[in-house]
Design a protein around this ligand. Structure first.
Ligand code: HEM
Ligand SMILES: *[C@@H]1O[C@H](CO)[C@@H](O)[C@H](O)[C@H]1NC(C)=O
Ligand SMILES: *[C@@H]1O[C@H](CO)[C@@H](O)[C@H](O)[C@H]1NC(C)=O
Ligand SMILES: *[C@@H]1O[C@H](CO)[C@@H](O)[C@H](O)[C@H]1NC(C)=O
Length: 339
């Protein structure tokens, strides 16, 4: 690993293939992370205070996923939303109160569900090691676990986050909408310290899960003045989506929609292959193949799943570091309410 870093900065080096370049940026990201997070998050945070924590969370997540195959996608998305709003502080888990509507009841709340899984893990942890493990850490660990149990990579989660005390429905407008173009996506990620590579890599989270019609149907009819259907959409796929989302709401079930990927319960690089074939579900998915700043990364991941997996680990570590509270927070006793 260190050798390739050295070869990157050697003055008379040969041009590096894509894969090495990506690998090197990852190694730099790891080094930077290791330095930055020293004072805050750390892999050994609970080694003495709650050594069973990883096993308790993994067993809970695994059992829940066996009973309900929708759980992995929902937990992964929950973690993304948590970190993008007020940082990874478990604000997404708080319930509304009589005086304040919480994030989970904010506008794009469709399909952020399965909160009960985190509640179950928290209840077991409060028995095993009372008042030690933050809800934000539980969610970060559960997000890693759902990726791994779906066939994706595994990694050591950095821990030591504290839980926030604020959750506001109005904050959800800071999430990037599925109609975003690349410039908007890059900007949204950059404002959280995430770069273009993180954007393309984390969008790969859409290898899992499902979307309701409302998130993509603007692409299917009356798209713009020139095109009835979004021209970046594969025409056969567009027909399929139209069938799943009939125009008349009365012909449509409450849960009408489409899977984000053809292998929606397997964590793999199929998402990127589909993007190249015009089968990305959202405008924001398809946008990253249509722009020179992101397309080369999509192509690299479509060709090489292990490259995607390695980058996904690096980008998840960065996502898990966004806006972390290490002092001004608390360890909630119940993930749904502040202490
Ligand atoms: C790049 C910007 C992103 C946008 C615009 C976006 C948007 C969306 C939308 C609109 C849905 C479907 C909601 C519905 O209609 O039910 C969705 C689902 C999902 N998103 Fe994203 N997302 C983004 C990034 C991410 C990231 C970074 C992750 C995780 C690493 C992620 C993980 C998921 C998962 C797993 C689902 C499926 C949820 C389920 O099946 O219940 N998304 N996303
Ligand atoms: C497993 O999951 C099911 C469904 O959520 C739940 O009823 C049951 O209590 C869980 N079992 C354990 C051991 O956590
Ligand atoms: C979504 O938000 C609406 C409006 O605040 C609320 O009535 C509804 O219960 C929420 N849905 C879910 C699944 O949380
Ligand atoms: C992206 O969308 C913004 C806002 O609608 C627009 O101003 C900008 O020109 C678009 N950028 C690209 C590259 O399409």
């Amino acid at each position: 690993m260190f050798l390739s870093v050295v070869s990157l900065i050697r003055p008379n080096m040969a041009p590096l293939p894509l894969k090495n370049l990506l690998l090197c940026t990852t190694i730099f990201a790891f080094l930077a992370l290791a330095l930055l997070s020293q004072a805050e998050l750390d892999v050994h945070h609970y080694d003495h205070t709650c050594p069973q924590l990883e096993k308790i969370i993994k067993d809970t997540v695994l059992n829940a996923s066996q009973h309900d195959p929708k759980v992995p996608a929902r937990i992964l998305r929950m973690f993304f939303h948590d970190c993008f709003i007020r940082g990874c502080d478990a604000s997404v888990l708080l319930d509304s109160t009589p005086t304040s509507k919480a994030e989970k009841d904010g506008p794009p709340n469709i399909s952020v569900r399965s909160f009960y899984v985190i509640d179950e893990a928290k209840a077991k942890l409060e028995k095993a090691c009372p008042h030690i493990v933050s809800c934000a850490d539980i969610l970060a660990i559960a997000a890693r676990d759902v990726v791994t149990l779906s066939g994706g990579p595994s990694w050591e989660v950095l821990k030591g986050r504290k839980d926030g005390r604020v959750s506001k429905a109005s904050d959800t407008r800071n999430l990037p909408p599925p109609t975003s173009n690349v410039s908007q996506l890059i900007q949204s990620f950059a404002s959280r310290g995430l770069d273009v590579k993180d954007l393309v890599t984390l969008s790969g989270g859409h290898t899992l899960g499902f979307s309701h019609c409302s998130s993509f149907e603007a692409r299917l009819r009356n798209f713009n003045l020139l095109h009835d259907v979004d021209p970046s959409l594969d025409s056969k796929f567009a027909q399929d989506l139209k069938q799943k989302c009939p125009e008349k709401p009365s012909f449509r079930g409450h849960n009408a929609g489409h899977f984000l990927d053809s292998t929606a319960s397997a964590f793999d690089n199929d998402y990127y292959k589909r993007l190249l074939a015009g089968k990305g579900l959202f405008i924001s998915d398809q946008a990253i193949v249509g722009d020179y700043r992101t397309r080369w990364i999509v192509e690299a991941f479509a060709k090489d799943q292990s490259l995607f997996f390695n980058e996904f680990i690096a980008s998840m570590l960065k996502l898990g570091n966004v806006g972390v509270l290490s002092h001004n927070g608390e360890v909630r006793r119940d993930c749904r309410v502040v202490n």
